[in-house]
Design a protein around this ligand. Structure first.
Ligand SMILES: Nc1nc2c(ncn2[C@@H]2O[C@H](COP(=O)(O)OP(=O)(O)OP(=O)(O)O)[C@@H](O)[C@H]2O)c(=O)[nH]1
Ligand SMILES: [Mg+2]
Length: 191
């Protein structure tokens, strides 16, 4: 069984928890009533899930995911090394309507991706649109190095299937890189 650990990080109140719940429970977020009350994540919540659409591509191996929904408050910074340990992917969620988030996510990228020597392909940027935000997906002024990253938009009220599909695509890409590096390790042992 392949185990894959993916982190959700990014500024406070950007929608990480809402999105993580939606993507792991396969629930329709618009039907749940208590999500309007903001509850800051204290440290981290670990959500385990299997996605029938995503299996390891070789040897018919199954795949188990851990989604680590991390609190965005910088007071948890001392926990970050424990969160980052052995992560295969980092999803950076930000509020597309808050300009300062564009600066903040550079810091998250630097700490959680660059300094951990993760590949850019292991990182996904999610511009989350809260209800009533207008959902303008046109002009996000991302600057280098963030322009190298894959950017997707999430709007759970208007188009929930889009982010679900993009997330599955992303998980598949993570799995192929994890199983490729496992294959390489196996080869090294036998040669
Ligand atoms: N109805 C609705 N509300 C949303 C949505 N996304 C965010 N919100 C609101 O924004 C609040 C904050 O979202 P969270 O997902 O808790 O934010 P977070 O990024 O996990 O914040 P921290 O845990 O503090 O880092 C929620 O409590 C909701 O009120 C959405 O898609 N739909
Ligand atoms: Mg949260």
């Amino acid at each position: 069984m392949l185990k894959v650990k993916v982190l959700f990080v990014g500024p406070c109140e950007s929608g990480k928890t809402i999105l993580a719940n939606f993507l792991t429970e396969s629930s329709d977020i618009t039907e749940s009533s208590d999500i309007t009350k903001y509850n800051p994540t204290q440290g981290v919540r670990i959500l385990e899930f299997e996605n029938p659409n995503v299996t390891s591509n070789n040897k018919g191996m199954g795949c188990e995911f851990e989604l680590w929904d991390c609190g965005g408050d910088l007071k948890f910074e001392s926990c970050w090394p424990a969160l980052m340990k052995d992560a295969h992917g980092v999803v950076i969620v930000f509020n597309a309507d808050i300009p300062s988030h564009l600066k903040e996510i550079k810091m998250w990228y630097s700490c959680f991706v660059q300094q951990q020597f993760l590949q850019d392909a292991q990182c996904l940027l999610v511009a989350h649109h809260k209800p009533g935000s207008g959902g303008d997906v046109g002009n996000l002024a991302l600057t280098p190095p963030l322009t190298k990253l894959k950017l997707v938009h999430s709007n759970l009220e208007e188009n929930p299937e889009e982010i679900r599909m993009e997330f599955v695509k992303y998980l598949k890409s993570i799995i192929s890189s994890v199983s490729e590096s496992r294959d390489r390790e196996e080869m090294l042992i036998f040669t």
